[in-house]
Design a protein around this ligand. Structure first.
Ligand code: FAD
Length: 408
């Protein structure tokens, strides 16, 4: 039986393992962290196309069980004036909407689903390098152990080591000029419509909140930061530093930022944001290693699509492995089906982040333009979102292999 080595038990890794099982490929997942590690970005939402990819391989229900549906995003400016509202579900025939959930629950649920289907998930295994065997590939881990398989998939996120194993010259992630902070506050509800994430283009920072059905509030903020902070600067900031800075940024703006910052559990922390616009080589020339998810094409969180893209990748790569004559052809076919879409979404995320970090003149233009854009989106009844959220995968549908072209 064909054996796959999957590096990373984030979002793409376990879903790929489950999908591969369906087509008769055995997989083992190697994860450098431990099961209940804290995850950056405490909450995450899967837009409708991400849920669609999960449904294609029978994983939508368990994830809906741990999440909350989100119908709309409402945008307001610093004064609290509405700039418009975007439906979170394009006019999909199946009516699928977005689902939001705690990130740690999501990672554990996906890993559990894989384990229940007989996939081994090995924690504490940090991939460091790979070499070729006579008819496959060998992964080497930081603890000195190795594992052999027919092919290896890098689902190891934006700072992927598999990416550099495939191409040592691969470009590094690109800095996006907004930071991230946020979390969940139990026992606090704020003024917001049900099932709506409210996002505020504040005078000095972007701030967002949503009530959860269990009586809590999810929130995040993206303070602008033009230049990438030096190593250690953010980790050196205390809870007090974060709270004080965010209060200053949000001072004078309408909305619940103040109460959220008073009630958010300590310690507040924050992270830099990156994206991965173009990764030249998604796979090696021998057809033994391939990248999926953020390792191949990370989008800034502003797009709210990184996870959904990873899920689409996992399912479509599996179809390619099922329907193509060999792994090289499968990887080429996978790239041909995915590259254009994901790179368009990375640029979409970049533009969203630029709006969050707009200067005084940019803010005026943005606040004039956004209502027009949202009005147009409302008039076309979600059709303008179909390219993004309307994506549908029919898992049984065969893919047509492209002729393999060796990479330079
Ligand atoms: C603050 C924030 C908020 C976000 N919000 C959203 C959102 O709401 N919606 C959305 O769609 N996307 C969102 N994203 C993007 C989303 O998190 C990513 O696109 C998604 O997690 C990518 O999935 P992945 O499986 O490719 O990588 P990851 O989820 O990053 O998983 C990679 C896994 O590989 C492991 N790993 C890394 N290196 C190694 C190694 N050398 N050896 C072994 N294991 C390794 C990691 O520990 C991790 O478990 C957000 C991102 C951030 C930073």
């Amino acid at each position: 039986m064909t054996r796959a080595l999957i590096i990373g038990s984030g979002i793409a890794g376990p879903v790929l393992a489950v999908a591969l099982k369906k087509v008769g490929i055995d997989a083992v997942i190697y994860e450098r962290g431990s099961r209940d590690d804290d995850r950056r970005g405490a909450w995450i939402s899967f837009q409708a196309n991400g849920m669609d990819a999960l449904r294609a391989v029978g994983l939508a229900e368990p994830i809906e069980d741990i999440g909350y549906p989100v119908d709309d995003i409402g945008f307001v400016n610093g004064k609290g004036r509405s700039l418009g509202r975007l439906p979170m579900a394009a006019r999909r025939p199946d009516g699928q909407t977005s689902v939001m959930m705690p990130r740690v629950d999501l990672y554990n649920a996906l890993a559990d689903q894989a384990t229940e289907r007989g996939v081994a998930v090995e924690y504490g295994k940090e991939f460091v390098s790979a070499d070729y065997t006579t008819d496959g590939v060998r992964a080497r881990f930081a603890d000195g152990s190795t594992a052999e398989g027919d092919f290896l998939v890098g689902a190891d996120g934006i700072h992927s080591r598999v990416r550099t194993a495939i191409d040592p010259e691969a470009a590094p992630p690109r800095y996006v000029p907004v930071l991230n902070t946020g979390g969940y506050i139990p026992g606090l509800t704020v003024d917001a419509p049900d099932r709506e994430f409210v996002m505020q283009f504040g005078t000095r920072a972007f701030f967002a909140w949503m009530n959860t059905p269990d009586g809590g509030t999810v929130w995040f903020s993206n303070p602008p930061m033009k230049d990438e902070p030096a190593k250690g600067v953010l980790s050196g900031m205390s809870d007090e530093d974060w709270r004080g800075w965010l209060r200053e940024l949000m001072a004078g703006d309408a909305g619940p930022a103040e109460v959220i910052l008073d009630r958010a559990p300590a310690p507040l922390t924050g992270w830099t944001t990156y994206d991965m616009p173009v990764v030249k080589n998604w796979h090696d020339a021998r057809g033994r290693m391939v990248l999926i998810g953020d390792a191949a094409h990370a989008t800034a969180p502003s797009a709210g699509q990184g996870a959904a893209m990873s899920l689409e990748d996992a399912v479509i790569l599996t179809q390619c492995l099922r329907d193509c004559p060999d792994t090289t052809s499968a990887f080429e076919t996978f790239v041909s089906l995915r590259r254009e879409r994901v790179e368009k979404i990375v640029e979409h995320g970049r533009r969203g982040s630029a709006q969050k970090a707009a200067g005084p003149i940019g803010r005026v233009i943005r606040d004039l333009m956004l209502p027009l854009i949202f009005r147009r989106a409302a008039r076309d009844d979600g059709r303008s979102m179909m390219w993004l959220q309307g994506h549908h995968i029919d898992f049984e549908q065969p893919v047509v292999p492209v002729t393999p072209v060796l990479q330079k």
